[in-house]
Ligand binder design. Structure first.
Ligand code: NAD
Length: 359
């Protein structure tokens, strides 16, 4: 069975890295890869060919492969070149991409969306959302520190004492927790908002302050996910966010509710009241953002505050992001391949959830 890896059109990452080859061989598969696919992630074609991968033109990869692995879904021109029996493994984000499953259902090939792998302990090693979110949380703090007009740690010098930076984090999911850890390592004072009751302990264990807003909707029946909050709760939360934002220098916004628009937590009024020189990194940008002016992939300046919308920060860490993504894919292939052949067993909960369109 041939597994094909394509060059991403809009990402620096590559779906599989050379180090994966030995493990793929154990599954009884061979790998073909598009020319220059790994270059922007720090992997030369020779890194692949020297460990036995064939480096080919895109059309040949598409025509020869039984399984295609990409991060960004392939377009219609690519799909027509595929074998009718091919399985495509990618990230279709059906929660955000209305109608995509119906569209894929019209094609003869089968499609897996890695972002539909359940967030369970058993599936943790295949959880691409967590892998990418944790890198994004780290990078958000690093980028914010780069843009910020001062520095993170408290420093006492002969010329005076510099106070520590105050960081506010909205949402303590995977990205938020990594942002807390990174900001704390750099010496910041960190305050955190989340609506899930379970988040409080995790936040405090990282040495940050958890800000409680009374009256959150109970999320115990939601399998660990956040639930949508009432407008009354959000209004109360926005007021408290504003109070804390007046003292904050950096805001890392990650609050999201799966399948819904991100909650608006930072209003125009809040931004107007914030200190000039402050930086807001909005990682929820692709689902509308937590801040009034957020635009995904854009930097906006309002009243001296810099608002950076970016839901794809993991791509800036293209080498490590490719390596983690590749490991997630390997672990997923491990449950889908038996004796060198595809075996999509829908009794397996992980396969059942991720297989968004069957043959
Ligand atoms: P996400 O990106 O969907 O959301 C980020 C955070 O925003 C969440 O913590 C959410 O509670 C929070 N949020 C939502 N509304 C908010 C509001 N109004 N104010 C403040 N915060 C708000 O989350 P994620 O990182 O993808 O994680 C989703 C859930 O899945 C989490 O509970 C996480 O612990 C869980 N998870 C479990 C596993 C596992 O068990 N294998 C792996 C990864 C994630």
């Amino acid at each position: 069975m041939v597994i094909g890896i394509l060059k991403e059109k809009n990402y620096k990452r590559v779906a599989m890295v050379p180090a994966s080859i030995k493990k793929v061989e154990k599954f009884g598969c061979t790998i073909v890869i598009e020319k220059s696919a790994g270059l922007e992630a720090g992997f030369a074609d020779s890194d692949y060919s020297s460990v036995g991968y064939s480096v080919l033109e895109r059309t040949d990869v598409l025509k020869q492969s039984d399984v295609i692995v990409t991060i960004e879904p392939i377009d219609e021109l690519d799909v027509v070149l595929l074998k009718q029996t091919a399985l495509v493994i990618s990230m279709y984000a059906p929660y955000q991409n209305e109608g995509i499953i119906e569209k894929l259902n019209q094609l003869p090939q089968a499609f897996v969306s890695m972002d539909m792998v359940p967030r369970t302990t058993l599936a943790q090693s295949m959880d691409v959302l967590s892998s990418m979110a944790s890198l994004a949380g780290y990078k958000a703090v690093i980028n914010a520190a780069g843009k910020y007009v001062s520095m993170f740690p408290m420093m006492t010098t002969a010329a005076g004492t510099i106070p520590p930076t105050r960081v506010m984090i909205l949402g303590a999911g995977v990205a938020g927790l990594q942002a807390i850890a990174t900001a704390r390592r750099l010496g910041a004072i960190v305050e955190v908002f989340d609506t899930r009751a379970a988040a409080k302990e995790e936040v405090m264990s990282l040495g940050a302050n958890f800000v409680e807003v009374e009256g959150a909707t109970d999320d115990r029946g939601a399998g660990g996910y956040a639930v949508q909050q009432s407008e009354e709760f959000l209004a109360k939360q926005r007021a408290l966010v504003q109070e804390k934002a007046l003292k904050a220098n950096i805001v890392i916004a990650t609050a999201q509710v799966r399948g819904n628009k991100a909650p608006l937590l930072i209003t125009e009024e809040t931004i107007n009241a914030m200190k000039p020189g402050s930086v807001i990194m909005d990682l929820a940008a692709s689902t509308g953002g937590n801040c009034a002016f957020t635009q995904n992939k854009k930097t906006i300046h309002k009243n001296g505050v810099t608002i950076i919308g970016d839901s794809d920060l993991a791509d800036e860490l293209s080498q490590v992001a490719s390596t983690l993504f590749s490991n997630n894919i390997l672990n997923f292939l491990h449950i889908c391949i038996q004796n060198g052949s595809l075996h999509l067993d829908e009794n397996n909960e992980i396969i059942k959830s991720a297989l968004i369109s069957k043959f």
